[in-house]
Design a binder for this molecule. Structure first.
Ligand code: F6R
Length: 634
């Protein structure tokens, strides 16, 4: 079990803006404030949690554990009602697997400094080597433990400096992205915070201060907050208030106090009306997080330990079987196109629920790729157990760290899309496509089916995709929002695409039906004439995905057939398109990219279309009827 976890762990790459931080000093029970605050930040990460509390004439009291905030609460209840200052953390693993040891807070070697951290210290390895040479030892695999010891190092080296100055010295040495909170046992009334790249808010109450990754942990206690700016740090104490300085120059900053206008619920959704919309808009970042550390364009390589360690096995496989359900199954279909095109390995894509009950032929020469956002889907899990029993090698693509599916696989890659709360999968889907693209290109390059030139062209294009996703969001959001009003009362929808965008059509249709409850079907465009064409009349909206690359000419003929039957055409085309656009009733443009990556771009406006139609119909977008985020029943 551990080995399996470790294989996954090698693919864990740092992600920004995950993990939740809460700190408190004041007259309330710090334990309650922190634990309740962490519960609100659990959307940011929930693989382990920890708390540290302090008071005069007593050493740190702390507890940390792998698991959720509830698990932490269960082991730390005895801290209740005893402390007025402390800090807590809920983690989404970056450096090192989720474990009790890797959980925050981390203590310095002398046990006097405690630190919680959200983000990455990019040069932690160099600093760790330097500290190790000076005799420092490390318990965890985290970059955080390096930073806390660096603070101790500066305090030891310069006995004349105070604790906040030592933190400042240390922060001047680190590169990366971070939000940190630090406590020193010899300075029990002080919290020191710093920020670069990851968010941190300071809540200003009466005789109390709060610290949190977003304002949700303290919104019921105060409406006044200071959002720490990039490159700033603050020393917070009841005695001296909030002292903000620049990290580099130690220049004093006058804080800009903001009034919190948002409700608790809105804050949790980051100001978006629904988690689904927030998650749609998070896609440039979630794709970036998925590619980071793996797609190294300047070096001309794709780094994926799970694939690399098993390359021979995968390349010698007779076939790859992709197993998944729902949206993840759609990603699997696109994976089939990608792997067959670039790696030339035969791929079959199976619904997990069908696979397990049809006595499938599986051998130890097969590679099974399981795709699951939640990592808990019962059908997928059962299909994998069956494949494993028959000796297949199992590779997992999961979003939730340390989930059941991640654990039973032999190797795998996490998608790093971040917690997906809206029931309809959006950012997890595009992250799955990003991982499948990496796998296909890596295999293709290694087994010689892709020339170096083609490989470089494709990875460069993949690298540019984030900006294009951002462009699609910006350029299509208002258009789609407006056009969705016209479809509030329709009964049916058809989605058509060819090649790589046939699965995109399936996914577009699934998104619409699950949240708006409008019946929708996805079809390969050419299949239309074999049946669905009978449905087309002036009341039938038909979404056509028709990027330039691929089978554009063929799609033009399909559109003509629809036009002749008066269907309402919603065309997803590349910028500047003329032929399909001239026949369409609605046009949504997206930038050109290689055909194999076009599903990532085309999916975004389809998600928005489903979202707005559902919103206008008054549906509960985030929690559609009859659905759940993890389908843990058969
Ligand atoms: C649709 C959706 C579902 C899931 C399916 C598999 O938006 O979310 O179709 O894709 O239940 O779930 P995972 O990927 O968690 O195995």
């Amino acid at each position: 079990m551990l080995i399996i976890l470790n294989i996954f762990a090698t693919n864990l790459i740092p992600i920004k803006n995950m993990c939740g931080i809460v700190g408190y000093t004041g007259f309330q029970d710090a334990y309650e404030v922190i634990i309740n605050g962490l519960r609100r930040l659990e959307y940011r990460g929930y693989d382990s949690a920890g708390i540290v509390l302090d008071k005069e004439h007593s050493s740190f009291q702390f507890a940390k554990t792998k698991g959720k905030v509830d698990d932490l609460a269960a082991i730390s209840e005895n801290f209740k009602g005893k402390f007025n200052i402390g800090m807590g953390h809920t983690r989404w693993a970056t450096h090192g697997v989720p474990s009790n040891t890797n959980a925050h807070p981390h203590l310095s070697n002398n046990k006097k400094i405690a630190l919680i951290h959200n983000g990455i210290i990019e040069n932690y390895d160099t600093i760790k080597t330097m500290l190790a040479e000076k005799g420092y030892t490390f318990q965890s695999e985290t970059d955080t433990e390096v930073l806390v010891n660096l603070i101790e190092y500066f305090m030891n080296k310069n006995p004349e400096i105070d604790f906040p100055t030592a933190v400042r010295y240390a922060l001047n040495e680190v590169h990366g992205a971070y939000a940190i909170t630090v406590m020193h046992d010899d300075f029990p009334g002080i919290l020191v915070v710093g920020r670069l790249g990851s968010p941190l808010a300071i809540g200003l109450g009466e005789n109390e201060y709060f610290i949190a990754s977003d304002a949700s942990p303290f919104v019921e206690f105060t409406k006044e907050a200071v959002y720490l700016e990039e490159g700033h740090m603050a020393t917070i104490s009841l005695e001296k208030g909030v002292d903000i300085r620049t990290i580099t120059e130690n220049e004093k900053i006058i804080p800009e106090i903001q009034e919190l206008k948002l409700s608790l619920e809105q804050i949790e959704k980051g100001g978006y009306e629904h988690f689904m919309l927030k998650e749609i808009f998070e896609q440039p970042k979630s794709i970036q997080d998925t590619l980071r550390g793996r797609l190294l364009v300047n070096e001309g390589i794709i780094k994926m330990a799970g694939i690399w360690d098993n390359l021979e096995k995968i390349n010698q496989a007779k076939r790859i079987i992709i197993i998944a359900c729902g949206t993840s199954w759609h990603a699997g279909l696109i994976g089939e196109y990608l792997i067959e095109e670039f790696a030339r390995i035969p791929v079959e894509v199976e619904y997990a629920s069908e696979f397990r009950y049809r006595n499938p032929i599986i051998t130890d020469k097969d590679i099974v790729i399981a795709i699951s956002q939640s990592g808990e889907t019962a059908d997928t899990m059962a299909a994998l157990k069956l494949a494993k029993e028959k000796g297949a090698f199992i590779y997992g693509i999961c979003n939730v760290v340390d989930s059941s599916i991640a654990r039973i696989t032999d190797a795998g890659s996490y998608t790093h899309a971040g917690p997906e709360i809206g029931v309809a999968s959006t950012k997890a889907f595009t992250a799955q496509l990003a991982i499948l693209s990496l796998i296909a290109l890596k295999l293709g390059k290694h087994n010689g089916n892709l020339s170096n030139q083609e490989f470089m062209k494709l990875i460069t294009e993949l690298d540019h995709l984030l900006q294009k996703v951002e462009q699609v969001l910006q350029s299509t959001h208002e258009i789609v929002k407006e056009m969705a009003k016209d479809f509030v009362d329709v009964q049916n929808f058809l989605y058509l695409g060819r090649g790589y965008n046939f699965p995109t059509a399936l996914e577009g249709a699934l998104k619409l039906k699950e949240i708006s409850y409008i019946h929708a079907e996805g079809y390969p465009a050419a299949e239309m004439k074999h049946g669905p064409i009978a449905l087309i009349d002036e009341n039938m909206p038909i979404v056509i995905i028709a990027p330039k690359q691929g089978h554009y000419d063929k799609i033009v003929s399909n559109v003509q057939e629809i036009k002749a039957r008066k269907g309402k055409i919603i065309a997803l085309v590349n910028k500047g398109d003329v032929q399909v656009s001239s026949m369409a009733d609605y046009v949504i443009e997206f930038p050109e990219t290689s055909e194999c990556f076009s599903p990532i771009l085309a999916s975004v406006p389809l998600q928005l279309l489903a979202y707005y139609v559902a919103v206008y119909r008054g549906a509960n977008v985030d929690q559609p009827r009859n659905l759940a985020k993890s389908v843990t029943v058969e």
